[in-house]
Design a protein around this ligand. Sequence first.
Ligand SMILES: [Zn+2]
Length: 475
Amino acid sequence: MQQKPLLTLIAAALLCAGAHAATPGNDPAALNQIREAALRSDWAFERTADMTDLIGPRLSGSAGYAAAVTQVAEAMRKLGAKVTLQPVKVPHWVRGAETAALVEYKGRPAGVSQKVVLTALGGSGATPAGGLTAQVIVVRNFDELKARAAEVKGRIVLFNVPFDQGLAAGGQAGQAYGQVVRYRGGGTRMAAEMGAVAALVSSAGGANYRLPHTGSSGLQDGARIPAAAVTVEDAQLMARLAARGPVSMHLVLTPQTLPDADSFNVIADYPGTDKADEIVIVSGHLDSWDLGTGANDDATGVASAMAVVETLKRLDFRPRRTIRVIAWANEENGGRGAAAYLQGYKDSVHHHFAAIESDAGSGRPFGMRSSAPQSANKLFAPLQAALEPIGAAALQRADALSTGDLGGLEQAGVPSFTPLIDTSDYFHYHHTAADTLDKVDPQNLRKHVALMTSLTWFLANVEQPIGRWSGPVKQ
Ligand SMILES: [Zn+2]
């Protein structure tokens, strides 16, 4: 007889929990629940599949990007998030024909030409429709080009700069990428300024499958020469032939730079409770290059940011601070999405508690990087303990993360966070036609969501201030 009221009470309590979401804060049990809930779900993989299989490439200004805005907004509304589409004017560059052949070189048998595999770089200018033919100058760095300044006018410049695969295998893939990619920006611009008729760069990629890797050139209106990335194999071929004697290329590149297009950042808020006016951003970029389907760059980043809300909704957990999911526009060829956000929210930057961006693929995650003050590191111990079981407990501090979309917020004082990910094979497919869903490992993506959700939740509930970003540590 005594039991009946007790059971009724328990039932009432359970009902209550359903009606009023729990706010367990950074309780270790809650952090463990979040991790386990993320590991049980393929929701992020399904969103990645929708974005890549149903839409495909999402370059700024394209119908694919517009469809992705709708898709993400609908999925977030379905979760009950408050969705805002923030208008952004974006560059609208469209790929055209792209072919090349080596038509003259010392030792060339009559009737023979060698095909060169290449792809136009974003912002590239166009050759005449029938192409152009010019001699190729092969250099290995900026100094060599300067030393050969007298030869550049009227010629095609090739920067043959190898991607350091050893560095990438040793866990420094970003650094290996940086060493090459500065020629994609600075090299193409320098070649244009020196009077070259076209600029070529060796692909910034970590594996040689004779795949060209696209990306932004450094070219601007008024100085848009044709610019392309050639495969590493073809760059090396040209270097070998140039060592025998003069090499000439016939090059056809017909991309177009159209007027800027109307576009959007997708912003989805999962409201906080007692600190609702403070914001924790969790984000990825929604645009992608046009050759592949942008699976690892950056559908998985967007999908795992979206999955933060899905996981918390499933647990019925409510954060103290507002969690703001952002799918950024135009990270790849302009950064206009991040600039529009900074402009639009400049009066409330101080309400931004922290910001997370995932933009290094979906390799195995092993921890986090942070640009919060060093003094905050010790606060993260409970989070690290919760991530230990999936091997993602590392916490690395850097003076500035300067991620693609958070750099401006960081400079304005908002500490940045980003997952630490095994990127040893990320650059094999990066910006190529092969960045497709089959490269995404579902279990790694579940861990990625576990990390992103745990980190976002932790930041949205942490009691002590983690401090503002204040630049390099003063010695
Ligand atoms: Zn990216």
